[in-house]
Design a protein around this ligand. Structure first.
Ligand code: SAH
Length: 348
């Protein structure tokens, strides 16, 4: 078994290099190629002697994402990738262009086991966690392909980041490392469906990232119907963990709320939500749900979205209605992988 070199920190790589009887400075060179340049093969490390590149290739592997499919929106240049991994699994990532720069939305798991009723990523459960290297290489592959520098990251692709806690923490350590891509923690958002022990553990780390919590409902009855995770950690526990998170980190939490017609988008729901979040340092992000055929969820009408948003704004909440980027290629997150897996199954 070769070692996953892209998941190693610089000190770990330095020890590994020394164990191979190589001078220490080689570690810095290799790390720069891996993380600053983002190469996917040792042969690209052109300032290393050929023999050394071969030795590295014998001991280590660089996990990279191969582009299986790339969809570019005609409206706003949003790019959606279907990547294949070294074991033939598929994941999705999206690159969006905003005024402040490029943002990549990365996956943290192959599939997901959280079972949210409206979500395509979870329809066939979780296959496995992604390694830190596999989360990183989504960004590296996209930067290489588009020839741009990505400055912002959202962990909002497939999977539940707090269900893959250690690998996600290591990913954060590597991506913010000044010897690597050096992305600011303040430019990173991590989204969770509400794993309370994970939120508590994250609070202890006291990071400057933005925590997004997928709320989607103002009470336990509706939330448990939409999100099975709520049965384990109901709203009182979740909200109290969020308050503790803000107390510890002084960071504003962003609550995500996908509006599903007739389910959670009534004016009564908006008022109940305002009571639930009263007094919290937070932001509410409303998202008309992406319709996924298998889920039967229908998106709220624009006038309903407006009413919902107005009720919250009038009560003093910072509210945004998420801009729909790449709506022509969207095939709501998780759907590209589903169709690819189906194709593989049909042909084997
Ligand atoms: N597991 C994490 C992160 C991945 S999902 C989480 O649950 O937060 C990223 C966001 O997309 C979450 O807010 C999720 O609830 C939302 N989402 C999933 N399916 C959706 C859909 N069909 N329409 C709109 N938002 C959706």
């Amino acid at each position: 078994m070769k070692t996953d070199i892209l998941s190693m920190t610089l000190p770990e790589l330095t020890s590994a290099v020394e164990a191979l009887d190589l001078p220490k400075y080689r570690a810095g060179q290799i790390y720069r190629w891996l993380h600053k340049v983002g190469v996917s093969d040792f042969s690209e490390m052109t300032d290393l002697p050929l023999l050394l590149r071969e030795r590295l290739n014998d001991s280590f592997v660089i996990f990279s994402c191969n582009i299986e499919k790339k969809l570019v929106s005609e409206y706003d240049s949003t790019v959606k990738y279907l990547f294949s991994l070294h074991d033939g699994e598929f994941i999705e990532s999206v690159v969006m262009k905003y005024k402040y720069g490029y943002t990549v939305c990365v996956s943290s798991q192959v599939g997901c086991r959280m079972g949210c009723r409206f979500c395509a990523s979870t329809l066939s459960g979780v296959v496995r966690n992604l390694e830190p290297s596999e989360i990183l290489s989504q960004l590296y592959a996209a930067e290489r392909d588009l020839n741009v520098r990505i400055s912002h990251i959202v962990l909002m692709g497939m999977g539940e980041p707090l269900d893959n806690f250690d690998n996600v923490m290591r990913f954060l350590e590597l991506i913010t490392d000044e010897n690597g891509k050096n992305i600011s923690m303040r430019h990173i958002s991590l989204s969770t469906c509400g794993i309370v022990p994970g939120i508590k553990k994250l609070a202890e780390k006291d990071l400057q990232l933005t925590l997004s919590v997928s709320l989607h409902a103002p009470n336990d009855t509706i939330r448990s119907e939409m999100m099975p995770v709520n049965k384990k950690w109901p709203l009182p526990e979740l909200i109290s963990a969020c308050k503790a998170y803000t107390a510890k980190t002084s960071r504003r939490i962003s609550f995500e709320y996908a509006l599903v017609a007739g389910r959670n988008d009534s004016e009564a729901c908006a008022r109940e939500l305002a009571v639930l979040l009263k007094g919290m340092l937070c932001h509410v992000n409303l998202i008309p749900v992406n319709e996924v055929a298998e889920t039967g969820c229908k998106e709220s009408k624009p006038e309903q979205v407006k009413k919902f948003s107005d009720i919250l704004s009038r009560r003093g909440f910072a509210v945004t209605v998420r801009r729909r980027l790449g709506s022509d290629i969207n095939a709501a997150c998780g759907q590209l992988r589903r169709s690819a897996e189906k194709r593989v199954k049909e042909t084997t």
